[in-house]
Design a protein around this ligand. Structure first.
Ligand code: KG4
Ligand code: ZN
Length: 343
């Protein structure tokens, strides 16, 4: 029988220090240490994020190893995020991972953070009974850093079909949420306050963007302008309408995403869709996609477990595992990169 590989996945590209251990595709532990300090600044402060990764990473690694109930000597390889992301935080993860691999004399695997989000669908998922998407499929990546439609022909054969011309969807949600008085990151709070709201109360118009590109800056300005105008007339406007505003904003975003992925599917003839990234944690967006698939039988929609939507170490470990199986290893001379150019 083939040996089961134990991989440690280390993710430090933004403000979450995330470490996971997997044995083959099964998650043994998944530890995330959040950095709440950024809430008071309304966004991530890179310098503070780097310092906190430095403080949290060893704690997260030790916790992940003890939760997995293994000895560190049993780990077969170290997989870590090389980019894209904030360079300071990436350097903390990279330096640690290199030292760890040298100390244990085990291979080093580097992961593109976006590829990690996409391949999170290959984590063994108890709810879905090992029901993994078949190739080819389209991946809709909706996160704080990116909004992309990618065609996935094989594990490491990926082609970008569409991206945002300006803001990402997560960035838009966070900025609008800030105007509503919600703290960073705004997505989870927007969802929380939307629960008892009516999504029909406020109508926002969808941008018309050519091809498979997205654009969110117009929608962002439209919503912010609308709120500011209403607040001039009634300073309690947000307070009185918070739930309805949150529900209406979520609805328009879900519609924009579905419209575009529909277009991509028709254009490519690929009706197998996977969602990935932090915004796909949103229940309303998840429900809208599932409802759409229910009404359109040729569609197959894959939605990751919530814990694997926002940044996590398991997606970095699974991508490392898939690279290991293809013998794609890295040297300790690799250096992190902040900007994404191509897969
Ligand atoms: O994938 P992610 O954790 O980090 C990046 O790679 O960027 O995504 C973070 C984004 C933030 O914009 C956050 O507000 C959003 O995901 N987010 C959500 C929810 N949870 C996180 N947006 C809407 N609803 C949520 N429940
Ligand atoms: Zn991410």
């Amino acid at each position: 029988m083939e040996k089961k590989l134990i991989i440690i996945g280390i993710e430090t590209s933004c403000d979450d220090t995330a470490v996971s251990l997997i044995r083959n595709r099964k998650v043994l532990s998944n530890v995330i240490i959040h950095q709440n300090i950024h809430k008071k600044y309304g966004g991530v402060v890179p310098e503070l994020a780097s310092r906190l990764h430095e403080k949290h990473l060893i704690l997260a690694v030790n916790k992940a190893i003890s939760n997995a109930k293994i000895n560190k000597e049993e780990i077969d390889a170290v997989s870590f995020t090389l980019g894209p992301g904030l360079i300071g935080p990436l350097l903390v993860g990279s330096s640690f991972s290199k030292s760890f691999s040298m100390g244990l004399n085990i291979p080093l695997l580097t992961v593109n953070h976006i590829q990690g989000h996409i391949l999170s669908h290959f984590i063994q998922n108890s709810n879905m009974n090992n029901y993994f998407p078949k190739f080819p499929f389209l991946s809709l990546i909706i996160s704080g850093g990116h909004t992309l439609i990618v065609k996935i022909s094989d594990f490491f054969k990926m082609k970008i079909l569409g991206s945002t011309l300006d803001d990402s969807v997560g960035e838009t949600i966070d900025k609008v949420a800030r105007v509503l008085g919600l703290s960073y990151p705004g997505g989870p709070l927007l969802e929380y306050f939307s629960i008892n709201g009516s999504s029909e109360k406020f109508q926002f118009s969808k941008p018309t963007v050519k091809g498979l590109s997205f654009s969110f800056s117009g929608l962002k300005s439209q919503i912010i302008y609308f709120i500011e105008e209403k607040m001039k007339k009634d300073p309690l406007f947000i307070k009185k309408n918070l739930s309805d505003l949150c529900a209406s904003i979520q609805k328009i975003i879900a519609e924009i995403l579905i419209d575009k992925i529909k277009k991509a599917a028709i254009q490519t003839g690929i009706f197998r869709i996977t969602l990935a990234g932090g915004v796909s944690a949103n229940n309303e967006i998840r429900k809208s996609f599932l409802l759409f698939a229910k009404k359109n039988k040729e569609w197959e929609i894959f939605i990751p477990n919530k814990e694997y939507t926002t940044d996590n170490g398991a997606m970095i470990a699974i991508t490392g595992l898939l690279k290991y199986k293809k013998n794609i290893f890295d040297s300790i001379h690799v250096t992190p990169y902040s900007k994404f150019s191509k897969f």
